[in-house]
Design a protein around this ligand. Sequence first.
Ligand SMILES: Cc1cc2nc3c(=O)[nH]c(=O)nc-3n(C[C@H](O)[C@H](O)[C@H](O)COP(=O)(O)OP(=O)(O)OC[C@H]3O[C@@H](n4cnc5c(N)ncnc54)[C@H](O)[C@@H]3O)c2cc1C
Length: 375
Amino acid sequence: MVRVVIVGAGPAGGFSAYLLAKAGHDVQVFEEHATIGEPVACTGVITGDVMARRLQLPKELIVNKIAKARIIAPNDEFIEVKLKNDIIIDRAGLDRHISQMAKDAGAKYYMNNRFENFENVKNKGKKIVVAVKDKTKNEIKKNETDYVIGADGPISSVAKSAGLFGSRQFYSGIQVTIPVENDNTIDFYPSEDGIAWLVPENEKVARVGIAARKEANSYFRKFITAVVGEGFEKKIMGWQAGPIPLYDPKLKSTTKDGKVLLVGDAATMVKAPTLGGINQGLIGAEAVAAAITENKNYEGLWKKKMGTDLYLSLLMRKAMERFNNNEYNQLVATFKKEKNRAILESYDRDEPRKFALKLLLKEPKLILLATKAWF
Ligand SMILES: Cc1cc2nc3c(=O)[nH]c(=O)nc-3n(C[C@H](O)[C@H](O)[C@H](O)COP(=O)(O)OP(=O)(O)OC[C@H]3O[C@@H](n4cnc5c(N)ncnc54)[C@H](O)[C@@H]3O)c2cc1C
């Protein structure tokens, strides 16, 4: 049995805590907020079968099931795609559910406790000493531990303190929950400004937002005004905003001695085209548990599972960042062709490698478009 300190009670931290506690380790989770899962910075779109398999998700956390998506070009042409198994979850509820699994397995949770820094991260062979601030008592506590898991999200203090932050880059995500009539279809609007979406909670309320590299506020105002109309501010039921890291393949996700491990957004495990990271954080958590319990190479484990897919999705996103609106129009026109739409419908967003190959074989012209966007 080893002692593990986990920083952050999001999905990546909670699932790591569950797996490690289940394997018999002494697990402590420190979370800087008073309530697990809040504030929410997420749309909550996930693929149902993956989640159900990993987490036995209770039905009451499923806010909506969606059978269709539209990808809408800047010229308003769109393609409609059938979705296989997409669900919209209560994101705060998901975090609470995973944390409860971890607590039931024996993990101890300390809320309102913020990781400050390492006292001795480079002292080879010795226990790591972690300074945590108890915000309720306004006191710094020092904790000795064998391992530290940085599951503290995109701006990870653990990564900074361990010298693993690198020069990661971010999208700004801005989203509101707002009343808007809709036909229970997810709408994606890729454009040269970034990506925007409307994700229904039901036929009268949706999660509406954008992610952009620059000028996110003005893009958000422009988009929400187009969808909801002037005076949208008065209708807002809730805000969900936050930075979204771009996967950085050069980043190290562990210190040389393997005692500090980053997982989830803290390790930039986000699939770049859609900027989703929940499933990737869960896969990362499985690698964390196997690395510590079976003494295996952490980075090797998670990269084997999703390294290629994360890298490919990063290339897709980088290519798309160079598209102008006209090229987005062309892209949607290409996908409108029946043979390509079928491929899009069979696309598992977590595994772009299968999709990219099939598509390029059917539509070699796309290589030209991608190449043009790339250079
Ligand atoms: C607007 C928006 C929409 C999104 N939509 C989707 C989507 O639809 N589907 C999807 O899969 N992904 C989506 N994402 C991405 C997704 O939210 C993240 O990938 C996911 O939350 C990462 O989980 P995590 O556990 O790694 O980190 P987080 O969920 O960020 O959890 C980190 C935790 O660490 C805590 N913490 C931070 N610093 C400290 C500290 N110093 N000490 C103690 N605790 C600390 C935080 O309070 C938090 O609880 C979206 C993101 C945004 C911003």
